[in-house]
Design a protein around this ligand. Sequence first.
Ligand code: PEP
Length: 255
Amino acid sequence: MTMRRKLIVGNWKMHGSHQTNAELLEGILGAGPCTADVAVCVPYPYLSEVAVRLAGTPVRWGAQDCSAHEQGAYTGEVSATMLKEFGCRYAIVGHSERRAYHGESDQLVADKAKAVLGRGITPIVCVGETLAEREAGQTEAVVKRQLSAVIHTLTHCCSEIVVAYEPVWAIGTGRTATPEQAQAVHALVRAQLHAATPHSADMTLLYGGSVKPDNAAALFAQPDIDGALVGGASLKAAEFVAIARAADAPLPAAR
Ligand code: PEP
């Protein structure tokens, strides 16, 4: 029987300063250990200071994006090799804000995941439908299409990724998917992975979209929800820690 560890990842987005980062990390570290794995994905310029502060602690760190290219004339981009030099354990790829504001295609997201994985960093691949797509009954088709590109590009290595299901209508809106809505999509995601890899039962599937201390436990109680990608609430140490604590409950058995 497989027991998946819970994973709680903070996505700081474009927030932070030297001072607020230091305060936030002190608040997180000061809360002491928890049974879930915890990580923060921070803006590129702060990777260095965050790496220095978190080295030797149980809290891991990562980036919010990564170039699909290895190196070269790609002004403004940051490579997976560079992220590795800063000790990144994770890199978010395909966040809906990047898909929407930077026109990232399913294939580009898959290529980014491949570049990240090639440097031994775990890609956190975000998938999720917009409100219009949900209302049109397209949730399953959209999520399947987004994940397919990644599965086909990574082939057998697709078991090494973390998938974050983030319904776009729930991100930063205060409108969380119900635990049942989230679980339904997570089950589809795991079934799709199951068809692609024998390791699907071991894979970590995160939910993201207005996760807060008061809704986290119910989400984490679902059999296919292994943690959260947390935006807004990851900027307040007490809230982020409370969400991580909600994952301390006994883990459900994998199917
Ligand atoms: C996110 O940015 O990935 C996210 C889920 O944001 P929020 O928790 O603020 O909805």
